[in-house]
Each structure stands twice: as structure tokens, then as C-alpha cells.
Design a protein around this ligand. Structure first.
Ligand code: C5P
Length: 297
């Protein structure tokens, strides 16, 4: 019997999410600047009679335990490539907000893939792992890689980016989730003639310099108007974070989590306390970036 394998995988925030027009395949071309943050899920793979998913954590009730879970699909894709049965128990210790725009589902896909590769001794190369990740979803390759990266195409083609220092964040977790396809659909409804997406030079410079004030000035999310249109109350959360002294606030990815960039750890604690007291979010979490990608623990 092989010993269980545990992989830790970070959440992400998009410091820039530039969205182009809808493509014929329904996806949108992106210039997607991902930054991994220190909120983590852990995926543990143990040999089993058949594929089984379990989940623990405050939001575990919202996580699908069937084969639509990206962790299950990751095990199936890797097993299919090797002609073996995906007989594994995958246990997810979930700390990343569910359906929150922080790539929690993608994190579990990347984590399960790395865990199964180690458990089964399938010896997949980095390139093959990234290929399978891209098949699983647009954000999954970044969950494997971590750090900071520019995602082009539908977000799956990554160029790693240098980051010159630590950034401090507060995340305001909303009640309930938002559907990513619904937010992109709302983007299409609200946007006429979206230009080709391009990464901002000022933003890449701010990341490279580790300059929080400059990064705050460059944060941009083209999905934010769509997320606010579907969830108008997020404007109150953004206002509460700004009033509490955050350098800048933004909807994280497709939302509804909102992300606040702050000066330092002390400011993070103060902004988190003010957001909690404001009653405009379900919980406030502090984190730092960049964080490492999927890692065996
Ligand atoms: O790739 P993933 O499965 O995460 O995408 C979920 C949904 O988000 C897609 O079905 C699509 O509606 C939308 N999407 C998009 N353009 C992207 C990424 C995602 O329209 N680049």
C-alpha cells in the first residue's frame, strides 16, 4: 500500500484581467496577470477501490463531490493517459473561498494532478502536467505554477513574471458565489467592441519593483462592471475597504470575492477588522503574495 500524498495549492488574484471579444469557441482572449496568494487548499491522494472525493472546511457543503469536481477530472485524465484505473481517494481540505473568483476549483484540479502523479509514480513531465491542466480549465495551469504569470490565449498560456517584493492583501468573502460563465455573459452584454487585450507595462513594472503603491494604481479588471451588475452590493464592500485605508480594491477575477491591496501586515489587520465590522462581507481574510505553486508537503 503506498503512503498518502498531500499537495498544497495557492489561491490567486488577478491584478490585471483584460478581456477581449468572445471567440467562436465561446472563450475570450485574455491578458491575465495572475498573482498567487497565501490562502491554500490541500489535496491528499490515498489508494482506494474506486475514485472518491471528500472535502472538509467551512465551505465544504458547496463543493461538488462527483466527477464534475476538477480534482476528479484531473485523476481521470492522468489515468486515461496511462491506461490505468483512476482508483484514488482524493480528500480536499478547503480554505480557498468557493466560487469566489480565487481559482479554488482550479487549485484542487492542479493539486489532485500532482498528488496522483506522485502516488501512482506516473512520472509526468512538467510539460505534460501543464497540458493536462490546460485541458481541465483556463486557470488550472497557473495553480500549478504559482508565483506570478501573464496568461494569454484563454489564460492557459503562461509566461512567468518576476516579482520584486511581498504584497499584502485583504480578501472580503461574499455570501454565495458567482458563476464564471454568467459573469463573462454579462461582460458580453455590457461591452461593445472589446479591444484586443494587452498587459499593462506600468503594472508589470510595479510587480517587478515590488512597489505596492504603483501596483495599486495599475490594478484593473475588465470583468468588474459585469460582476457589479450581477451583484450590486459589491460596490458597498469596495467602498468599505477604500474607507478603511486600503491602497486599492478590486473584484477578484469573476468575483464575488473582493481584493484589497494594503501597505503592510499592520494595515492588512486594520482593513480586515474594518471590513468585518462593516457588515458588507461574510468574512475578511489576510494574505501575502507571491505564493509558491502546487507543492508536495
Ligand atoms: O476554462 P474554464 O472552464 O475555467 O472556463 C469557465 C467558463 O468561463 C467558460 O465556459 C467560459 O464561459 C468562461 N471563460 C471565457 N473566457 C476565458 C476563460 C473562461 O469566456 N478566457
Amino acid at each position: 500500500m503506498s503512503t498518502p500524498v498531500t499537495v498544497r495549492v495557492p489561491a490567486k488574484v488577478n491584478v490585471q484581467l483584460a478581456v477581449g471579444p468572445a471567440r467562436p469557441d465561446g472563450f475570450h482572449d485574455l491578458a491575465n496577470v495572475f498573482l498567487a496568494v497565501s490562502l491554500y487548499d490541500e489535496v491528499t491522494a490515498t489508494p482506494a477501490e474506486s475514485l472518491r472525493i471528500t472535502c472538509e472546511g467551512p465551505d465544504a457543503g458547496q463543493v461538488p463531490l462527483d466527477r464534475t469536481n476538477l480534482a476528479a477530472r484531473a485523476a481521470e485524465l492522468l489515468a486515461a493517459r496511462r491506461g490505468i484505473a483512476p482508483d484514488v481517494h482524493l480528500h480536499i481540505a478547503k480554505d480557498i473561498p468557493v466560487a469566489g473568483g480565487m481559482a479554488g476549483g482550479s487549485a484542487d484540479g492542479a493539486g489532485a494532478l500532482l498528488a496522483c502523479d506522485a502516488l501512482w509514480g506516473t512520472g509526468a513531465s512538467r510539460e505534460e502536467l501543464l497540458d493536462i491542466c490546460a485541458e481541465l480549465g483556463s486557470d488550472v495551469p497557473f495553480s500549478l505554477v504559482g508565483g506570478a504569470a501573464l496568461g494569454t490565449g484563454r489564460g492557459e498560456r503562461l509566461t512567468e513574471l518576476p516579482v520584486g517584493g511581498a504584497f499584502h492583501w485583504v480578501f472580503a468573502v461574499a455570501d454565495g458565489g458567482l458563476s464564471t460563465p454568467a459573469v463573462y455573459g454579462e461582460f458580453d452584454r455590457l461591452t461593445a467592441d472589446a479591444p484586443e487585450p494587452v498587459a499593462s507595462a506600468a503594472l508589470l513594472d510595479a510587480l517587478r519593483a515590488g512597489d505596492a503603491a504603483a501596483l495599486a494604481g495599475a490594478l484593473a479588471n475588465d470583468l468588474q462592471p459585469a460582476a457589479l451588475s450581477l451583484r450590486p452590493s459589491l460596490a458597498e464592500t469596495l467602498a468599505a475597504g477604500a474607507g478603511a485605508g486600503a491602497l486599492a480594491g478590486i473584484v477578484s477575477g469573476s468575483g464575488p470575492t473582493t481584493a484589497f491591496l494594503v501597505k503592510d501586515a499592520e494595515s492588512a489587520a486594520a482593513v480586515a477588522a474594518a471590513l468585518t465590522a462593516s457588515g458588507t462581507c461574510r468574512a475578511a481574510r489576510t494574505a501575502t503574495s507571491p505564493a509558491a505553486g502546487a507543492t508536495l508537503v
